[in-house]
Design a protein around this ligand. Structure first.
Ligand code: ATP
Ligand code: MP5
Length: 269
């Protein structure tokens, strides 16, 4: 069985973060493992408190996994502070690990800062160059590049700028655009468009976490990046179509093996 790891924050309400990632891995038939970077007290209405896990403990979790288990791919989500970023980068270099999907989580849908503003630079300096795929949404791509993004052409310009910072493949997500939810992938040579019609729902808590963990699971299964993204785009679209009106606010996406099959994914290894 293929094995995937998520290095991310815990979302007590189960819609985003570690919980969304592990559900997504399971839905893809991949064994999921976790390194918890922070614990959030959070629900569909907001984030109410965050407690960062110490860098030592984050390092010990990474060691415990890599000393024992062959990881096929991993994703990085909420990293919160500079020391967390540094310990993750050091450990992944120590273990010469390169199958890395980086979701540069900055601000939750409910408007809470999940990355301290001063840690943005460290994320760019230490984690971006390690990423096989980085998956910023529009506001994150704007922070990383300093560019203003309104059109598909702007998304392409930002993708190129982020590639120049060292990420091998850059996927800019169009969830925050006005019309269609089209995502753009740049691999250093060509741009690929992954078109998506906008689904009319408010229940999109954890969409970015779900997409990046789906890509991670597909990479763990040996699927090349372009096709992994294509399949994951279908998965997230189906997961949003079936999103759940749980709680009083922005509900989560839906992860079930039947959805994975419905999304027309293959079972190649
Ligand atoms: N309403 C929608 N209809 C269809 N696709 C959507 C919608 N909202 C987001 N998506 C898709 O979901 C994926 C995640 O994009 P999004 O821009 O929402 O990420 P995000 O802001 O990082 O998510 P989050 O911060 O909630 O985890 C992308 O493939 C995007 O195109
Ligand atoms: C622990 C954690 N990680 C990531 C997100 C981003 O997801 P969203 O933007 O949907 O709130 C979150 N809310 N919580």
């Amino acid at each position: 069985m293929k094995k995937a790891l998520t290095i991310a924050g815990s979302d007590s309400s189960g819609g985003a973060g570690i919980q969304a990632d592990l559900k997504t891995f399971s839905a893809h038939g991949v064994f999921g493992m976790s390194v918890i970077t922070a614990i959030t007290a959070q629900n569909t209405q907001g984030v109410f408190a965050v407690q960062d896990i110490s860098p030592e403990m984050i390092g010990r979790q990474i060691d415990a996994i890599f000393d024992d288990i062959d990881v096929d791919a991993l994703k990085i989500g909420m990293v919160s502070v500079t020391d967390t970023i540094k310990v993750i980068a050091e450990k992944l270099q120590e273990y010469h690990f390169s199958q890395i999907v980086l979701d540069p989580v900055m601000i939750s849908k409910s408007g809470y800062s999940l990355l301290q503003p001063e840690a943005g630079e460290a994320l760019i300096k230490y984690l971006l160059p390690l990423a096989m795929v980085v998956t910023p949404n529009i506001p994150e791509a704007e922070v990383i590049t300093g560019l203003h993004i309104e059109t598909l052409a702007d998304m392409k310009k930002a993708a190129k700028a982020i590639h120049d910072l060292g990420a091998a493949n850059v996927l800019i997500k169009g969830g925050h655009m006005e019309d269609d939810a089209t995502d753009i992938l740049f691999d250093g040579e060509k741009y690929l468009e992954y078109p998506g019609r906008r689904i009319d729902t408010k229940h999109t808590h954890g969409t970015g976490c779900t997409l990046s963990s789906s890509i991670t699971a597909n990479i763990a299964r040996g699927i090349p990046v372009e096709r992994a993204v294509e399949q994951s785009k279908r998965y997230i679209t189906t997961a949003i179509e079936h999103s759940l009106a749980i709680g009083k606010g922005v509900g989560p996406t839906h992860h079930f093996y039947e959805l994975y099959q419905k999304a027309g994914m293959t079972d190649e290894q």
